[in-house]
Write a protein that binds this ligand. Structure first.
Ligand SMILES: [Ca+2]
Ligand SMILES: [Ca+2]
Length: 228
């Protein structure tokens, strides 16, 4: 297969994965779009053996695509391999528990500890190279994270209002997760849908953090509690 087609298919896979993930998390992309993309993906895969083979070929070759091999170094707060800076996620991600035991010490640790455990060792990293920075997707062939930058979280305080079916703080519309809340955010003793949790807080002063997108403020935490 021609290199160009592989590159295009890879770009498609990454874009699809990012959108599908955003759709699942309700971040910035409506579920409808996620469904539509999944439908198209399905349709495309069924389309012809040729296109199916192309996608499979591109996915299988992902680890050979943007690949940097060398000793992992940590310089002035940045991870580097062969003088290429790595983007390994924001503070929230680095302080979350790693999904794999990257440094092979038998423990699932915080992501930053897994990375620390690899400093000074030979690694193979893959990802997407943008403006001289490698947004890491794999380390030593193990899935690390979606290769992209997450927006920095900002905090907002104010009285929670409910107007025409939407929630607002300081006239800014809040974009909240659909479905059940993982935590009892309003403290009424029951786990409810996110809408019901928020109903229990209407009229109260609350603190949220998250980031702005074109539709409003995407809420990540409410009063310090994870809301995704
Ligand atoms: Ca480990
Ligand atoms: Ca509740």
């Amino acid at each position: 297969m021609k290199r160009l087609y592989i590159a295009l298919a890879l770009a498609g896979i990454i874009a699809f994965a990012v959108l599908a993930e955003a759709g699942e998390n309700g971040i910035g992309v409506k579920d409808k779009i996620g469904k539509l993309l999944r439908h198209r993906w399905h349709h495309r895969c069924e389309g012809s053996n040729e296109s199916k083979n192309m996608w499979q070929h591109a996915w299988r070759n992902m680890l050979n695509y943007t690949r940097i091999e060398g000793v992992l170094e940590y310089q002035d707060g940045v991870y580097v391999v062969n003088d290429v800076e790595l983007y390994v996620g924001n503070e929230v991600f680095l302080n979350s528990i790693a999904r794999s035991d990257f440094d092979r010490d038998g423990e699932y640790e915080y992501v930053w500890q897994e990375l620390e455990g690899l400093v000074g060792t030979e690694v193979v990293v893959n990802g997407v190279l943008r403006d001289g920075t490698l947004y890491v997707s794999h380390i030593n062939g193990i899935w690390f994270r979606m290769p992209r930058a997450l927006p920095e979280l900002v905090e907002m305080d104010g009285i929670l209002e409910y107007i025409n079916g939407s929630y607002y703080i300081n006239d800014t519309q809040l974009i909240i997760k659909h479905g059940l809340s993982k935590s009892d955010i309003d403290g009424d003793g029951s786990l409810e849908t996110m809408f019901e949790e928020l109903n229990g807080l209407v009229g109260e002063e609350i603190t949220v953090d998250g980031f702005m997108n074109e539709k409003g403020f995407v809420v990540m935490h409410i009063n310090g509690i994870w809301a995704r």
